[in-house]
Design a protein around this ligand. Structure first.
Ligand SMILES: C[S@@+](CC[C@H](N)C(=O)[O-])C[C@H]1O[C@@H](n2cnc3c(N)ncnc32)[C@H](O)[C@@H]1O
Length: 301
């Protein structure tokens, strides 16, 4: 338990008041704690449990977190495939939503939401790269969810952004995220479409200098990476401007970087792999290929 608390305290001290993962057991670097994740949306910590744990052990963990001055409220969430998600507030007041800060930008998160609280913390380096490389770019953000990439792109001086997601609710949250950062959205579009069904509008609004692809690994009926990632990549050449860059993301632990690299080589061989972005240091992985993969490709002139 002490090693766990030390790790959490270390991450807290690195957070500088920003959102962060305090403990990433799922990366298999902490034997016996693979089922434990703790996220930090200051001042609220969220424990996520992906397996049943001993009640006395959990009480001790919650007690230790309560002693840490920075943590004003704590939520415990039980989830995982095939389990009915449950959550409870252990101490403190937890607002329905709060603005999480990351790299100086703000995003609405819902600490009490069963799944997907509004911001995927493991994508921080991806958002940093987008903010640092979006200047003057026409950006296409596929599978935009709450448009966090779009917020980063606008902050980085993008000329325009087209966000596409099949969830209207997520896109509405995306608009609010832009508002939260007092960003102009005259050149930001929000398209609520099933990508697998319609491409015409995206073609009309193109071409694009930067295309972001961050699909779910497995969302039956909407997107299954094994079947659909290739179909999306096949469409890109007609949407891409000369010199276009693609940030292709994938977080299926069963696929390493070779999966996306081979699909790109098959679907759009004129794009060359430039870089594999690093994952944030608060997401340690025992086997690098199992974590999030964020790969940068560039179209040859
Ligand atoms: C992993 S999340 C994307 C995370 C997002 N890029 C971010 O930076 O926070 C996956 C998103 O894909 C969307 N989605 C899944 N299948 C889709 C489809 N066929 N067409 C459009 N959106 C889809 C879901 O609604 C969900 O918001």
């Amino acid at each position: 338990m002490q090693h766990l608390i030390d790790t959490i305290e270390q991450q807290l001290s690195r957070s500088g008041g920003e959102s962060r993962r305090l403990f990433h057991g799922r990366g298999h670097c902490y034997p016996g704690l693979e089922h434990l994740v703790i996220d930090w949306f200051p001042p609220v910590a969220v424990i996520r449990l992906y397996a049943d744990v001993d009640a006395a052990w959990l009480d001790r963990l919650c007690g230790s977190l309560q002693e840490l001055a920075a943590i004003e409220a704590l939520v415990v969430q039980e989830r995982g495939r095939g389990r009915e998600a449950r959550q409870r507030i252990v101490f403190g007041e937890v607002p329905e939503r709060l603005p999480a800060v990351e790299l100086g930008l703000r995003y609405w998160v819902r600490p009490l939401q069963n799944q997907n609280s509004g911001l995927f913390l493991d994508m921080r380096e991806g958002r940093r790269w987008v903010r640092d490389n979006a200047r003057d770019a026409r950006v296409l953000n596929l599978f935009a969810y709450s448009c966090a990439f779009s917020v980063a792109a606008v902050a980085g001086g993008a000329r325009s952004v087209v966000n596409l997601d099949m969830s209207r609710g997520a896109l509405a949250q995306g608009r609010e995220n832009h508002r939260l950062n007092e960003q102009q959205t005259a050149d930001v579009r929000f398209l609520a479409h099933d990508l697998m069904k319609s491409w015409g509008k995206l073609r009309k609004l193109g071409p694009y200098d930067l295309i972001l692809i961050d699909p779910p690994s497995f969302q039956p009926g909407s997107f299954v990476a094994d079947r659909d990632y290739l179909k999306v990549l096949r469409r890109l050449p007609e949407l891409a401007a000369p010199g276009c860059r693609i940030l292709a993301c994938h977080n299926d632990p069963m696929h390493d970087t070779v999966f996306v690299r081979d699909l790109v080589a098959e679907a759009c061989p004129e794009f060359r792999l430039q870089q594999l972005l690093p994952n944030p240091d608060d997401f340690p992985e025992r086997d690098a290929g199992r974590g999030l993969k964020v790969m940068l490709f560039e179209r040859e002139a």
